[in-house]
Design a protein around this ligand. Structure first.
Ligand code: T6T
Length: 312
């Protein structure tokens, strides 16, 4: 479990009067992809504040690693009397289907936050960035950064089956076709481990001497990419476009290790996740798909965009 440094946010009062429908079960559980990670901490902060506002109690139960087996244990631990609502970021778009379906069968309303299952029939709502669009935005940002220069570009994805980063990589590769000066050096999986990402960068630099850009599809791939470039003395020579805006990525942007970051709005995903879960529990209308905002940030405009930086 993690203690989020949520601080500060205005938390509303429990509404008096209105009694929600379901037999007094006011419990919500958030199961993020992994513990102690700024994206999910920011999501948790948003979710906790909104739950409090709506008179619900939200607890978070996070796996130690971004791993479907570890996340399945957390889901199974909800047992036979699950919360009224489960907000979950499935770490695998197929392997997490059966355990989540079981919680649903036991009466919980399921809301997907960030990642999603392939099977769209389980959750009442999914709240996510437009990840394909984020990948496209990353390619356009990179194209702008290199000007007309020719060269190859590498994509660092996390794990096959992670709906979000897989969609970002695909969105990026699709958009590359509109920039003939940029040649794809391929998409590499990194198991969401910074060390693996660093190793893939070292290898790509060796096999592609013309490497001019890297798209890191999330926080850990970005941190690993920066390490790989640093080790090779290539910081600033190879443009690094990252995804997310963790404190360490923001620091990297300031130092010139990243040339741009595509920030998500994880707190808004948490807030809307709670709203959808509560609506479903109380028999009110829900919205099947909700898209959260994305923001491309460079060093030049980073101070004006500080509201998009994640909490730790
Ligand atoms: O990029 C986010 C999230 O959107 C993705 O699904 C997994 O990685 C992060 O949590 C960042 O590490």
């Amino acid at each position: 479990t993690l203690l989020a440094a949520c601080g500060g946010g205005q938390v509303g009062q429990t509404p008096a009067g209105d009694q929600p429908a379901q037999q007094g079960n006011k419990k919500l559980v958030l199961i993020p992809g992994v513990q102690a990670e700024p994206f999910y901490i920011s999501m948790q902060c948003g979710a906790e504040a909104e739950a409090k506002k709506l008179g619900y109690e939200l607890t978070t139960s996070a796996p130690q690693k971004f791993d479907a087996a570890m996340q399945t244990e957390k889901v199974n631990a909800l047992g036979s009397a699950p919360p009224a609502g489960l907000l979950i970021a499935p770490t695998d778009d197929q392997a997490m289907l059966a355990p989540i379906q079981q919680v649903k069968n036991r009466g919980a309303k399921i809301v997907e936050v960030d990642t999603a299952l392939k099977d769209t029939g389980v959750a009442v709502s999914s709240i996510s960035s437009n990840n394909a669009e984020g990948g496209k935005l990353a390619a356009q940002t990179l194209a702008k950064l290199v000007g007309g220069k020719q060269g190859s570009v590498l994509v660092l994805d996390t794990i096959a089956g992670t709906s979000t980063t897989n969609a970002r990589a695909k969105g990026f590769e699709d958009e590359l076709k509109n920039h003939p000066n940029l040649k794809s050096a391929g998409v590499q999986f990194t198991q969401n481990e910074p060390d693996q990402a660093a190793g893939k960068v070292t290898a790509a630099l060796a096999s592609n001497p013309d490497l001019i850009g890297i798209f890191a599809t999330n926080l850990n791939t970005g941190e690993g990419a920066a390490t790989g470039l640093r080790n090779a003395g290539k910081i600033g020579q190879v443009n690094l476009v990252g995804f997310d805006a963790s404190p360490s990525e923001v620091e990297g942007l300031r130092k010139g290790e990243y040339q741009a970051l595509i920030a998500q709005d994880p707190a808004a995903i948490g807030v809307q996740g709670v709203q959808q879960a509560v609506a479903a529990i109380e028999g009110k209308p829900t919205q099947r798909n909700i898209t959260a905002g994305l923001h491309s940030i460079t060093k030049a405009d980073m101070d004006a965009n500080a509201q998009y930086f994640y909490k730790q």
